[in-house]
Design a binder for this molecule. Structure first.
Ligand SMILES: [Zn+2]
Length: 106
């Protein structure tokens, strides 16, 4: 399973990924940033410290870099720059979004 096309729409803040099995994932920047898979962000998500001031997340895309042939690195402007989003992880996020939004109207 690999993407055949990745398009970042900064105006709509959506990353669209077309997969080689015909699926198309539409991933809002907000969700991608919130689910940054790097160790630091994952630790913050799993062990929220109530005494710590929560850093505001950045949802503005700065850059997308390919990582080998298995992932992309997404850098958020003023936010985390270390997230390596594997194809599997991106599909997982896509599945979560589809489940939470229920059946699509269109
Ligand atoms: Zn991160």
């Amino acid at each position: 399973m690999r993407p055949t096309g990745i398009v970042a729409d900064k105006a709509k803040a959506i990353l669209t990924i077309a997969w080689d099995d015909g699926e198309v994932s539409q991933l809002p920047f907000k969700v991608l940033s919130d689910m940054c898979p790097c160790a630091t962000c994952a630790a913050e998500r799993n062990n929220p410290d109530p005494l710590k001031i929560i850093r505001p997340r950045s949802y503005e895309l700065e850059a997308i870099n390919s990582v080998g042939n298995y992932a992309i690195n997404i850098m958020w402007k003023g936010g985390c720059r270390f997230g390596i989003y594997s194809w599997e992880y991106l599909r997982e996020i896509s599945g979560l979004i589809n489940r939470s939004s229920g059946t699509s109207a269109d």
